[in-house]
Write a protein that binds this ligand. Structure first.
Ligand SMILES: [Mg+2]
Length: 108
């Protein structure tokens, strides 16, 4: 498997979007619909996990990949450099403190 950069993956996602006529500009897509479709992939991933389908057809791995592809497509449509934004956010998170006692969230 080739070692791909996020930029190269984004180019591949947008090439498929162009070829399949999914839309590559904000004018060509319904951004709100794309958010809903990202949500649906996350729901599919949760259901796959619930059914203990981790890496089969429609499994957790495949559904997470679907979600990331849809996110990369939406970012590409809006000319967002996801690699840059992820690196920036990771840097922010390094110094961030979470108040776990104020959240109803399980973690370890
Ligand atoms: Mg899916």
């Amino acid at each position: 498997m080739p070692d791909l950069s996020m930029e190269k993956l984004s180019e591949m996602v947008m090439a498929v979007a162009r070829d399949k006529k999914f839309g590559i500009t904000p004018e060509e897509v319904n951004t709100f619909e794309k958010f809903a479709l990202i949500h649906s992939e996350i729901s599919e991933a949760m259901e796959a996990y619930r059914r203990k389908n981790l890496d089969g057809k429609d499994g957790l791995a495949e559904e997470l990949a679907d979600a990331v592809i849809r996110i990369m497509h939406l970012a590409g449509v809006h000319k967002i450099n996801l690699e840059k934004e992820i690196l920036k956010k990771l840097e922010t998170n390094k110094n961030r403190e979470w108040k776990w006692d104020e959240l109803n969230e399980k973690h370890s």
